[in-house]
Design a protein. Structure first.
Ligand code: FE2
Length: 314
């Protein structure tokens, strides 16, 4: 059994081809890079790259449409203009080649491929990407969101702060390198509210200090506070849920300093830390393809996109 999955929730248009046992045959992507995100331009970008991305994935996997048993697309959450492209391409393939269509929640896909590739069982999950920051666990037949950001996602914080420093998108990888170049900590807000987090006050305070503070010290302090906040609520979720493993998901979890902080906390609590490879931490088509196997096929008429879909609705 082979699934072809299409990811298009935000900047990335990705096509993955995966076997039911989780073997990834191809995972190809094109990423829209611009200083500001204009939905119409994002739509144009995804439309432009869609045909070549699908073609390249099929070539890499060494298969044709005739070999595909399921076509899956990310249904949400995401930017409507981006989601519609992936959904349309998936519907077209489904109708033209008579292949069953499945709709996949983007967050669920990060979790399921991560669990599969790291052999992680019943973890607490930290999902941190541009728009999302959630601490999740499976209980009584569904995923529950234990805590989440009340304003912007952790990745958006990093990108917005990077932009204020004149950096290109995505700023996270550069900031994570400069984290190690600091000499001292600068006082910045630390905003944990119960199991939830807020990052916009931290952003504003850091931006206000750009002119008067050493750049690397400020980067270190912003990242340190934001990451420590996330580690704190995650530790509390582990404690309350009594789960013994932690799975990282989402592009922000590629950050080395963030992984180090999680590793230290997990070591102290004797928790197994499961870190999937970077190419499935970031947005990708392979995770959509794999999760396509776990969902029931739907008729094309019902394959609507859901930009605000939440994991705990599924
Ligand atoms: Fe994502």
């Amino acid at each position: 059994m082979i699934a072809l999955g299409i990811e298009s929730t935000a900047h990335t248009f990705g096509v993955g081809i995966v076997k039911k046992n989780g073997r990834i045959l191809a995972n190809v992507k094109r990423t829209y890079k611009a200083k500001g995100l204009i939905p119409r331009e994002l739509f144009d970008h995804h439309c432009r790259v869609a045909p070549e991305t699908v073609k390249e994935a099929l070539e890499k996997a060494g298969i044709s449409f005739d070999d595909v048993d399921i076509v899956a697309f990310s249904q949400g959450p995401g930017i409507g203009n981006a989601l519609i492209v992936g959904a349309s391409v998936a519907r077209l393939i489904s109708l033209k080649y008579n292949i069953p269509l499945t709709a996949v929640n983007h967050c669920l896909a990060h979790i399921e491929i991560g669990k599969k590739l790291t052999k992680c069982r019943d973890p607490v999950i930290v999902y941190a990407s541009g728009a999302n920051t959630q601490i999740i666990g499976y209980e009584n037949g569904k995923y529950r969101i234990y805590g989440e950001t009340l304003d912007i996602g952790l990745g958006n914080l990093l990108d917005m702060f990077g932009r204020a420093l004149g950096m290109e998108f995505p700023a996270g990888p550069v900031l994570s390198k400069l984290y190690y170049k600091a000499n001292k900590y600068v006082e910045l807000p630390y905003t944990v509210k119960g199991m939830d987090l807020a990052f916009s006050g931290l952003y504003t305070a850091a931006v206000n200090k750009i002119k008067t503070t050493d750049k690397n010290d400020l980067i270190f302090s912003l990242l340190h506070n934001a990451f420590a906040m996330l580690v704190e609520v995650t530790e509390r979720a582990l404690s309350h849920s009594n789960k013994k493993s932690l799975l990282l998901a989402g592009g922000v979890c590629c950050s080395k300093p963030l992984q180090e902080m999680f590793r230290q906390m997990c070591k102290e609590r004797k928790i197994r830390l499961c870190v999937p490879p970077n190419d499935v931490l970031v947005d990708n088509g392979a995770m959509i393809a794999y999760t396509g196997f776990l969902r029931r096929p739907i008729p094309v008429e019902k394959s609507v996109i859901k930009p605000k879909q939440r994991l705990d609705e599924i």
